[in-house]
Design a protein around this ligand. Structure first.
Ligand code: NAD
Length: 362
């Protein structure tokens, strides 16, 4: 089996089935409801290891193609995330097209939940950008195939703090690989995106006495973070900032042909999904520049572990212990990439694909 590499924009002109064939998706469900105005896409990439689990993103996509492209790429990433983390899950993801601030309501969420239910458990949803724990409560009224539920409902709550912990573990492992010590004290870390994950990561970094630089398109957020954590706000072309670590925690594709030549950090390690615009080309560009890239789908798996815990019945302590293992996995992957002279992204993909292949054979 060989999973192909992808480019964000390459797929736009192609038909849906052609894109599914290229990226090896099993199923894509387009959802529309006149009454609530729901427009959503659920993508199931691979279910060899288990049901496809992945959050729902609500975003005001400029075009349907953009939404489709996002859901296809995100769901594929979930397959590898589950596989490298050793979870009995496949990869899936959903997107709802719309403005999460103005268009989200109970009826819309419940209608979406009904669509999730039609898949009979092949897809399990959770939070992603634009979604809150309360939205999962609405979805739960229509389907059992939902995670990321509040603690009082037997869930693990919003998975973002666990994701941030995993990213922090991946960052410490990357530091160990580069500097021989995993202490982040005194290191300059630029966190792009100060949302659910970004803020908790900033909290860990501040407690460890790192120098934290922050950037967000939401100015109010930046003000609040600067005041709370004594962080330094940066604006303009942030990619050229002289920092030790760049942590992309906003949206994907910030590692591309324009940004990589400008980067001055030794490490890239953040929560955002699909950070590389082109998996192969841009992983290689980072390697050529001597920048250590901690693969996104490996280090941001904490959230998936947190929602999987609801399916597997782990408590929070076990969830955090499982997430802490991201440190060792990251160190192994970085060392393997060095030994084999391949990109870190490829080294991580190789492990994930080998797990899926072994399960398929069984
Ligand atoms: P969030 O919506 O809470 O936060 C995202 C933040 O990024 C917001 O503050 C937003 O204003 C900011 N932002 C958006 N575009 C920006 C830009 N161009 N420049 C600077 N800032 C920008 O989302 P989150 O839950 O914190 O997730 C952050 C990233 O991590 C996403 O890519 C998400 O897919 C990924 N991720 C999240 C989880 C999780 O558990 N929440 C798990 C795995 C991966």
């Amino acid at each position: 089996m060989s999973f192909k590499t992808t480019t964000v924009s390459a797929s736009i002109a192609k038909g849906v089935l052609a894109q599914m064939a290229e990226m090896e998706h099993e199923q894509v469900l387009f959802c529309h409801d006149k009454e609530t105005g729901l427009k959503a896409i659920i993508a199931i990439h691979n279910t060899v290891l288990g049901p496809a689990l992945g959050g729902t993103r609500m975003w005001n996509y400029a075009t349907e193609e953009e939404a489709l492209n996002d859901v296809l790429r995100l769901s594929r990433g979930m397959t590898f995330k589950a596989a490298i983390t050793g979870l009995k899950l496949g990869g899936g993801k959903a997107v709802i097209i719309g403005d999460a601030k103005t268009q989200k309501n109970e009826a819309l969420m419940r209608r979406f939940g009904k669509f999730v239910q039609t898949l009979g458990g092949k897809y399990i949803t959770a939070e992603d950008v634009g979604m809150e724990t309360q939205d999962m409560v609405y979805i739960k009224k229509e389907t059992n195939y939902v995670t990321g539920l509040p603690i009082e409902m037997g869930g693990n709550g919003n998975p973002s703090p666990v994701t941030a912990y995993g990213v922090y573990m991946g960052m410490k492992a990357s530091a160990k690989f580069v500097w021989g010590t995993d202490s982040l004290a005194g290191k300059k870390v630029l966190v792009q995106g100060t949302g659910h994950v970004g803020e908790t990561l900033i909290d860990y970094l501040t407690k460890e006495k790192a120098i934290v630089l922050v950037n967000d398109i939401n100015e109010e957020r930046v003000k609040a973070i600067v005041a709370k954590y004594n962080a330094i706000a940066v604006t303009g072309n942030i990619y050229a900032e002289e920092v030790d670590i760049y942590a992309p925690c906003a949206l994907g594709a910030t590692l591309n042909s324009e940004t990589i030549p400008q980067l001055r950090s030794a490490i890239v390690c953040g929560a955002a999904n699909n950070q590389l615009l082109d998996e192969k080309l841009h992983a290689q560009m980072l390697k050529d520049r001597g920048i250590v890239y901690a693969p996104d789908f490996l280090i941001n798996a904490g959230g998936m572990i947190s929602v999987y815990a609801e399916v597997a019945g782990y408590n929070m302590q076990k969830t955090m212990e499982e997430t802490a293992r991201i440190y060792d996995t990251t160190l192994n992957i970085l060392n393997t990439a060095k030994e084999q002279n391949i990109t870190t992204a490829q080294a991580a993909l190789n492990v994930a694909m080998a797990r899926i292949e072994a399960a398929r054979k069984n």
